[in-house]
Design a protein around this ligand. Structure first.
Ligand SMILES: Cc1cc2nc3c(=O)[nH]c(=O)nc-3n(C[C@H](O)[C@H](O)[C@H](O)COP(=O)(O)OP(=O)(O)OC[C@H]3O[C@@H](n4cnc5c(N)ncnc54)[C@H](O)[C@@H]3O)c2cc1C
Length: 424
């Protein structure tokens, strides 16, 4: 069979461009197919915790402020009654700063990094499904439509990597469905011109209040964020978990407005300061689509449901999965097709589970618990007032802890992750 590349990567978001970069640097011939054209917008909060920054550094990117990144020194947690400012922890595994950058810039930078490494990027190419070998059922390529005229295209390669995000069209085309028992999220965001654009802290709002009727403040469902972008604007948004009653039967855009209209006027989160429209999308969490490898197809990032159930962060996991996928694909391609190669590829989902599986099981249990308003209320009311608990909550929620070694808090989170049983 003739091949168009050694590896086809579908989707040039953080997962796709990162894995394409690592593979191309290792000398692999990579075809990267992307339905849009860069630079383009992608609905996101635009924020990376230190866990994500580590991934940028691993990729060899300059993460300095001079190179266009806005640095954060920590997280400000706000509830109705309480405000806590916490610096990012000082760890062996991750640097002590987070970064923000619009996905308009960030994804363009990642795609250019992949091309510089040698990956062949085909933009405006929408993959509609996998091509499978009739006899074995193995994925041997992809088909789709390219260009303005939507001409049919087909490409073949021994390995295909699904990095097509939450729509997961490629995985669906071979019957890899999502597990409805795992949590999902929905999130919406908008940019606002605001004097808080150069705040050194990113913000997490654990309670969203509608105070339009001061006599009757109303607690709204969901959790909010404000990530300063240093360019005069702040990315402000909110998310709701599928474990909450409000999931699905909520007008998310109206909810965002109700919350923001009740924030202090001087923050500037008002209609007249809004830049662009409210955008929203789903957050596939806690490994809600598996297996992550089957019959020549690997799932990475959102396509494999890798958003953290603790905090909705998905970029770092997308890039971590890319690093692991690249390692296994390079080793696999160095072996002859057949059982020996398959043995390596089957190690990819195992490596992912070792890296994130336990933490996500714990996260899935956490998402189920905080879906109940009483549990969430008690956690914010009491948990954040008990000083010894704060580092545990903070490191646990942000995913910033040393999985090996570390202090007592790090070891507690690692132990809890190991001990949380898989859901039935
Ligand atoms: C409102 C909101 C706020 C968020 N905030 C944050 C945050 O602040 N920090 C964070 O870490 N995470 C955040 N996330 C999650 C984060 O956006 C995702 O987890 C992350 O983008 C996943 O990266 P990915 O590469 O797997 O997928 P994507 O970034 O979705 O990339 C997929 C790529 O594939 C392309 N594609 C899709 N279908 C096809 C197809 N059929 N053919 C060809 N190409 C295709 C897309 O155009 C895209 O370029 C947020 C999500 C939302 C919805």
């Amino acid at each position: 069979m003739t091949h168009d590349a050694e590896v086809i990567v579908v989707g040039a978001g953080p997962a796709g461009s990162t894995v394409a970069t690592y593979l191309a640097r290792a000398g692999v011939d990579v075809l990267l197919l992307e339905k849009t054209a860069f630079p383009r917008e992608k609905v996101c909060g635009d924020g990376l915790t230190p866990r994500g920054v580590k991934q940028l550094i691993d990729l060899g990117l300059d993460t300095s402020q001079e190179a266009g990144w806005v640095h954060s020194r920590g997280l400000r947690i706000l509830t109705g009654e309480l405000t806590l400012e916490l610096d990012w922890p000082d760890l062996a595994s991750y640097p002590a700063y987070g970064v923000s950058r619009t996905r308009h810039d960030f994804d363009d930078l990642l795609a250019r990094t992949a091309m510089k490494a040698g990956a062949r990027l085909h933009e405006r190419t929408t993959v509609t499904g996998a091509i499978t070998d009739e006899r074995t059922g193995r994925v041997v390529g992809v088909q789709g439509k390219a260009g303005e005229d939507k001409r049919p295209v087909a490409y073949r390669a021994p390995l295909v990597l699904a990095c097509d995000g939450v729509s997961a069209r490629l995985a669906l085309s071979v019957g890899i469905d999502k597990d409805e028992k795992r949590p999902m999220g929905v999130a919406v965001r908008r940019y606002y011109r605001s004097p808080r654009h150069d705040d050194p802290f990113i913000e997490g709002h654990l309670e969203l209040w509608d105070r339009s009727d001061p006599a009757r403040p109303r607690l709204l469902p969901g959790y909010g964020w404000a990530f300063p972008l240093g360019d005069g604007t702040v990315n402000v948004g909110l998310g709701i978990l599928s474990t909450s009653k409000a999931f699905r039967n909520t007008d998310y855009r109206a909810l965002l407005r109700s919350w923001l209209d009740s924030t202090p006027e001087e923050w500037g989160y008002r209609e007249e300061n809004a830049v662009g429209r409210i955008g929203g999308a789903g957050l596939p969490m806690g490994f809600n689509r598996t297996p992550h490898y089957r019959d020549g197809l690997l799932l990475l990032g959102d396509a494999g449901g890798m958003v953290s159930p603790f905090n909705g962060e998905g970029i770092s996991a997308a890039m971590e999965s890319a690093q692991l996928a690249a390692e296994h694909v390079v080793q696999a391609l160095a072996r002859p097709e057949g059982p020996s190669r398959e043995r390596v590829l089957r190690r990819y989902p195992e490596a992912l589970a070792e890296e994130m599986g336990g933490y996500y099981r714990l996260g899935n249990a956490f998402a189920r618990a905080i879906g109940k308003p009483a549990v969430m209320r008690a956690a914010t009311k009491y948990g954040l007032r008990v000083n010894p608990l704060i580092p545990l909550v903070y490191k646990g929620l942000s995913g910033c802890f040393d999985a090996k070694g570390g202090d007592l808090v790090d070891r507690l989170i690692s132990a809890a992750s190991r001990l949380t049983p898989a859901p039935r």
